[in-house]
Design a protein around this ligand. Structure first.
Ligand SMILES: Cc1cc2nc3c(=O)[nH]c(=O)nc-3n(C[C@H](O)[C@H](O)[C@H](O)COP(=O)(O)OP(=O)(O)OC[C@H]3O[C@@H](n4cnc5c(N)ncnc54)[C@H](O)[C@@H]3O)c2cc1C
Length: 501
């Protein structure tokens, strides 16, 4: 059985959410699927490149977060896309997850012992796990993650040593890469309990095709021509009178091309919605949705790749981590920076956590930076960023560090159709309510104005619409399937398909 042959679905955005929605609908028998992608390539925040030769560099997503219950991991396994050999390079595990091969340096050039490092990192990991496992006390309910961590750490003897404090600051700076936040003082401690970390670790890296191979697998199941790149959507007109218009929704692209649809799945990033949603929808979005778009946080994580002609770090070194005397995640420094009239820009580089070695690239290091400092870095020339990184590496390690042969940095904050990296819950926000509101289709069943209108005209997918797996690729992938399933259910009497989530 198939859905009615005339049903037209437009999917906006060809990231993993949009592609999984389209692929699921095609498999269920929908015949008219059009994917409109603003950029010149599919993938969105999956961006696999080859700037340093044959082997891949991921400018966006890198890891599959967990294996058990992860449908994206299963897909990668089924399609034989997982890495076969073991690699010891640091980019096999998350930034901030230290290995015994990480070298930690203070500003003075002193290298810390692994014993010093492990004690603080282990405590930090225990404290953050309490937040993620919903084990916080009621007194933490209104606190930021940074505030909660400071309070708990101050009770540990490790807080009495200067090195302990510097390491703790580094741990917080590093955790900002997981939360995509400018600072942990801008993330809710208690709301993190809604995020679900899947079992199975992060060591399941993708093979030589990288994340793009997963996107390609989804694309393979949609007919040629279903994807149109370089088609930025300007506006979505829904609830059109079907006596006048043949379809209830009309999608207008920049340049004037328009597409009629019965259903539109909007999978654009939250960062894009923050800037454009007010002008994009006609009728305007309901307040529940505009509040969700405003209240949820969407921060920047950037990578800085440095390729050297020759490797200058020891063979057993998996990462060079930088401990400032007083770094940006130090409570006092953070508070001062709130009223320093932008003086933090002069020391933006202090937000760089360190430089990790990179799988398959023996001469490449990857630096990590987040938040407003990342946004500032994006405005600088790559040559200048490279010079700053080399200056840091030289002054912290005392090693003879050559000039890099190539510098490549991501610019997720200034990417016009993304405007950030991923979603986080700020303090005081009811994240479950906001993710749910963001995901709700239009027209809302409770809205009397549209009681006679066709259901499910505008649907919303994308990582920010997932309550438990926001920020992740598998979250994005599952939301695409979720929205496709809504449409499949709508036409259920004519389709005999149930999709696995
Ligand atoms: C640096 C970085 C590292 C990351 N690391 C990981 C990781 O290791 N593991 C992990 O699980 N996740 C990671 N993520 C997050 C992950 O990449 C995202 O959660 C996921 O890819 C989001 O998919 P999506 O389909 O929701 O959105 P996107 O991939 O952003 O897709 C949305 C698409 O909509 C398009 N679009 C926007 N506006 C318009 C418009 N007006 N018209 C048409 N198209 C439009 C965009 O161009 C984009 O292609 C990382 C992200 C970044 C940036």
């Amino acid at each position: 059985m198939s859905p009615p042959s005339g049903v037209k679905v437009v999917v906006i955005g060809a990231g993993l959410a949009g592609l999984s929605a389209a692929s699921t609908l095609v498999k269920a028998g929908f015949q008219h699927i059009q994917i409109l992608e603003a950029m010149g390539r599919p993938g969105g925040r999956v961006h696999t490149t080859r700037p340093f030769g044959q082997d891949i560099i991921e400018l966006g997503a890198n890891w599959i977060h967990g294996q058990e219950g992860n449908p994206l991991f299963l897909l990668a396994q089924e399609q034989d896309l997982l890495l076969k050999e073991n690699s010891s390079a640091k980019t096999m595990c998350l930034p901030g997850s230290i290995t015994s091969k990480d070298y930690f340096f203070e500003e003075s050039g002193r290298q810390l012992t692994m014993d010093e490092v492990e004690k603080v990192c282990t405590l930090f990991s225990k404290l953050t796990s309490k937040a993620f496992d919903s084990e916080l006390q009621p007194k933490h309910s209104t606190q930021s993650l940074g505030g909660y961590l400071d309070e708990e750490f101050s009770q540990s003897p490790l807080a009495l040593s200067v090195a302990g404090q510097r390491l703790f600051e580094w741990c917080k700076r590093s955790e900002c890469t997981d939360e995509a936040s400018s600072s942990l003082y801008e993330v809710s401690a208690v709301q993190l309990g809604h995020y679900v970390a899947l079992e199975g670790g992060f060591f399941n890296s993708l093979g030589p095709g990288g994340y793009q191979a997963l996107a390609d697998t989804l694309l393979d199941s949609v007919p040629p021509g279903a994807l149109l790149c370089d088609r930025p959507v300007d506006s979505i007109h829904w609830a059109l009178d079907e006596e006048i218009h043949t379809h209830p929704v009309s999608v207008q692209c920049q340049g004037g091309q328009s597409f009629k649809a019965d259903h539109v799945i909007v999978s654009v990033p939250l960062g894009f919605l923050k800037v454009k949603a007010a002008a994009m929808f006609e009728p305007a979005l309901p307040t529940s949705k505009t509040s969700a778009i405003r209240n949820l946080g969407f921060g920047i994580v950037d990578k800085i790749y440095l390729r050297f002609e020759n490797r200058f770090w020891p063979d057993d070194c998996a990462g060079i981590q930088l401990l400032w005397d007083a770094g940006p995640e130090d409570e006092k420094v953070y508070k001062q920076s709130q009223s320093d009239n932008g003086a933090w820009r002069d020391t933006w580089y202090k937000k760089i956590c360190g430089f990790d070695t990179v799988a398959r690239h023996p001469n490449v290091l990857c630096g990590w930076i987040t938040g407003r400092e990342a946004e500032h870095m994006e405005s600088l020339d790559e040559k200048i960023v490279g010079e700053v990184c080399v200056r840091l590496l030289r002054s912290f390690t005392g090693w003879s560090v050559p000039e890099p042969a190539q510098v490549l940095m991501s610019k997720w904050g200034s990417e016009p159709f993304v405007r950030g990296s991923y979603t986080y819950p700020p303090p005081g926000v009811d994240a479950v309510r906001e993710h749910t509101a963001l995901a709700a289709p239009l027209p809302q069943p409770c809205d009397a104005r549209y009681s006679q209108a066709k259901p499910l005209q505008v649907l919303f997918a994308g990582e920010a619409t997932h309550i438990n797996f926001y920020t992740t690729t598998h979250g994005a992938y599952m939301t695409g399937i979720r929205e496709a399933q809504r449409l499949i259910n709508l036409y259920a009497d004519r389709i005999n398909v149930k999709v696995k989530m």
